[in-house]
Design a binder for this molecule. Structure first.
Ligand SMILES: Cc1ncc(COP(=O)(O)O)c(C=O)c1O
Length: 385
């Protein structure tokens, strides 16, 4: 704390002078890449058909860039689908589940959302394995004769899976990873992943609206050999006339995409390539998370919701604030927003009251560092009021 007592009076800490240059710390949609501006996007394709030669070329280019930056092996397909990450993950659930027993793992609200889908909508009677916010369940207990659904990085609890060792190479079931706040921030072991999904709005700082669906060979085999009992809306159909709709993985989207969102994703991916690709993105995220960790370590009133560093997110970092309830956090975050010092840092509505500070690659480390004194100031101001 920065109070000093002078002649019996308490002197209020001065407001910090330096604001983060880009105070965008939202966990989705996340900060745009440094240097981004709308007028830097290629717009030749706008107003043209997405099925024109140009449209398809840009969609294919976006897919190629994603493959390259993700270091996705040729064994895996990657396509652009509707409905952001939710659309991509539900598409996978609806098209592939039901063939064998299902286990759903949940340690925060999005994983819990997939539990709800499996239980209440698909009525699959899954085995549900849960952990409280800030923790992981015992992953070694997972029964891999089942299809297994999990979130690589729990955006609302700041908990990630520590590695892939708990996913056996000879699994019978399929692994379904909601990896929306994990891709481009961690090295994903693609041979352990049968299905992965994400949206551009997270680590790339792109737009929502579209999801990205990644399918390994065993997922494709499932699609080709199994037809679910329930009806599938057109938006979810990955099979056409008995065969995989392979065009989806070559830029022939199911329905009309936003080419503006595609161009925006291309901008972010080219920026990523300029950093050296995946390793460059990971290095930025790691540096941000380390800078925030230093801030936390220096303050007795701040802590990590995920106490174990091995499972702590390097993107959506969730913090506890001593003595804070939901109202305190609202006022705290509101003050910083009003000051233009930090936007969108209140924790997720279903999470325990606290802060959530995005440390993905599009955030600059200097901005995380500049945030520290502002957190002190807001804590003091909020505690007084
Ligand atoms: C882990 C996770 N899953 C799913 C979603 C939903 O993503 P979208 O809104 O892109 O569909 C989010 C969004 O924050 C998320 O963090």
């Amino acid at each position: 704390m920065t109070d000093t007592a002078e002649a019996g009076a308490t002197v209020r800490a001065a407001k910090p002078v330096t604001r983060p240059a880009r105070p965008f710390f939202s966990s989705g949609p996340c900060a745009k890449p440094p240097g981004w501006s709308a007028d830097k996007l290629a717009i030749e394709v706008l107003g043209r058909s997405h099925r024109s030669k140009l449209g398809k070329t840009r969609l294919q280019y976006c897919i190629d860039l994603m493959r390259k930056v993700l270091q996705l092996p040729d064994t895996h397909r990657i396509g652009i689908v509707p409905g952001s990450d939710t659309g991509a993950f539900e598409m996978a659930m609806w098209t592939m589940l039901g063939a064998r027993p299902v286990t759903t793992l949940a340690w925060e609200s999005f994983g819990e959302g997939w539990v709800t889908d499996a239980v209440k909508q698909l009525k699959l009677d899954p085995t549900v394995v849960r952990a409280d916010y800030g923790r992981l369940p015992d992953l070694n207990q997972v029964d891999w004769t089942n299809d297994v659904l999990f979130t690589w990085n729990g955006t609302t609890s700041g908990v990630r899976v520590p590695n892939d060792e708990w996913i056996p190479a000879d699994r019978q079931g399929l692994s379904f990873a909601d990896a929306t706040s994990g891709v481009f921030a961690y090295d994903i072991p693609w041979d352990k992943i049968d299905v992965a999904t994400f949206s551009w709005q997270k680590v790339l700082g792109g737009e929502g609206g579209h999801g990205v669906l990644i399918l390994g060979p065993r997922a494709v085999e499932r699609l080709q050999s199994y037809t679910p009992a329930w009806p599938l809306p057109k938006l979810f159909r990955l099979m056409s006339k008995g065969a995989l709709a392979d065009g989806i993985f070559k830029g022939e989207t199911i329905n009309t995409p936003s080419m503006l969102a595609v161009e925006d994703a291309i901008f972010a991916l080219e920026w990523a390539e300029g950093l050296g690709g995946l390793n460059g993105l990971i290095a930025r995220s790691d540096a941000n998370a380390a800078a925030l960790d230093r801030i936390v370590a220096e303050r007795h009133w701040l802590g990590h919701l995920a106490e174990d560093p091995a499972i702590r997110s390097k993107t959506s970092v969730c913090l506890t604030v001593k003595g804070a309830d939901a109202d305190f956090i609202k006022r705290f975050a509101g003050l910083l927003e009003k000051e233009g010092a930090a936007y969108d840092i209140a924790g997720y509505r279903d999470a325990p009251p606290g802060l959530r500070i995005w440390c993905g690659a599009t955030v600059d480390t200097a901005d995380i560092e500049a945030l520290g004194p502002w957190l002190d100031w807001a804590f003091e101001e909020t505690s007084r009021s």
